[in-house]
Design a protein around this ligand. Structure first.
Ligand SMILES: Nc1ncnc2c1ncn2[C@@H]1O[C@H](COP(=O)(O)OP(=O)(O)OP(=O)(O)O)[C@@H](O)[C@H]1O
Length: 262
């Protein structure tokens, strides 16, 4: 498989996605650099998962182009792996086999390294039912990363976890990303998680990008005053209000979450 440990670049140009009468994404433009970590936030139903499915090649845009390393996505994106909110493990396979199953040619060392990287090597002989929710998501992460994908798509992967496990998983994802520098696109409802992990936080509203906010904070990030300012800026955009220190330069487009009368 054509995979490596360097990220890919991603470009969406004038992307529209229509389901029946519903225009979910409309003339959306977005660029993601190689190895960047992007978080996508926005109200429920604004098309965040749709956007990930377009990047994965699970769907095609109604109009416009999705380009990975400058090549249009026309079928499943071979460089991408997706992680979902539910781990989607096969209950009749061991932890080891749940990771090995995605390899065209199972390789014991490769699987054990992937499990070791997520801290689950000693659990490799267990069944999914014997694991906690957090451990199951670690297996899903190992399965996604075992092929060292250049593009990791994360669809609210930590949404069902308790707060503490969620923080641990955020640290794990961040440290694996820092080691391997794949391109990461995280869909999340948790604005704090977005600001903690992402180089840029993208808000989607009315089918397009309503905020593209750089997070220029050193990692690992704590909840400093700068962190809180960025967090409130993202929240204000999602809620459709300008925050007191809002900077118009961060807003893009003329529609969507433009500041409204508060
Ligand atoms: N296959 C489909 N057929 C018809 N409508 C769809 C399909 N997939 C998504 N939609 C609709 O498109 C809209 C956007 O869905 P999507 O799941 O991308 O939103 P989202 O922002 O990820 O939402 P959430 O935050 O609730 O997960 C929703 O109205 C949804 O019902």
């Amino acid at each position: 498989m054509a995979v490596g440990n360097k990220g890919v670049s991603v470009r969406l140009v004038g992307v529209q996605k229509v389901y029946g009468q519903r225009v979910v994404l409309d003339d959306l433009d977005l660029r993601i650099g190689k190895g960047e970590f992007i978080a996508i936030v926005g109200h429920s139903g604004t098309g965040k998962s749709t956007l990930l499915r377009l990047l994965a090649g699970l769907e095609q845009p109604t109009r416009g182009d999705v380009l990975i390393d400058d090549s249009p996505v026309t079928g499943l994106t071979p460089t991408a792996r997706v992680m979902f909110q539910d781990a989607r493990l096969l209950p009749w396979l061991s932890v080891f086999d749940n990771v090995a199953v995605v390899l065209p040619k199972p390789d014991k060392l490769q699987v054990e390294q992937a499990l070791d990287r997520v801290g689950l090597l000693e659990h490799r002989h267990k069944w999914p039912a014997q694991l906690s929710g957090g451990q199951r998501q670690r297996v899903a992460l190992a399965r996604a990363l075992v092929v060292r994908p250049p593009l990791l798509l994360l669809d609210e992967p930590l949404g069902a976890l308790d707060a503490l496990t969620r923080l641990e998983m955020q640290s794990l994802i961040e440290s694996l990303w820092r080691e391997e520098r794949f391109t990461a696109v995280l869909v999340t409802h948790d604005v704090s998680e977005a600001v903690r992990l992402a180089d840029r936080v993208i808000c989607i509203a009315d089918g397009r990008v309503s905020l593209d906010l750089e997070v220029p904070l050193p990692r690992p990030r704590d909840r400093s005053s700068s962190f809180l300012r960025l967090e409130s800026k993202v929240l204000a955009t999602i809620l459709g209000r300008g925050s007191a220190d809002d900077n118009e330069a961060h807003r893009v487009g003329s529609r969507g979450a433009a500041p409204m009368e508060a």
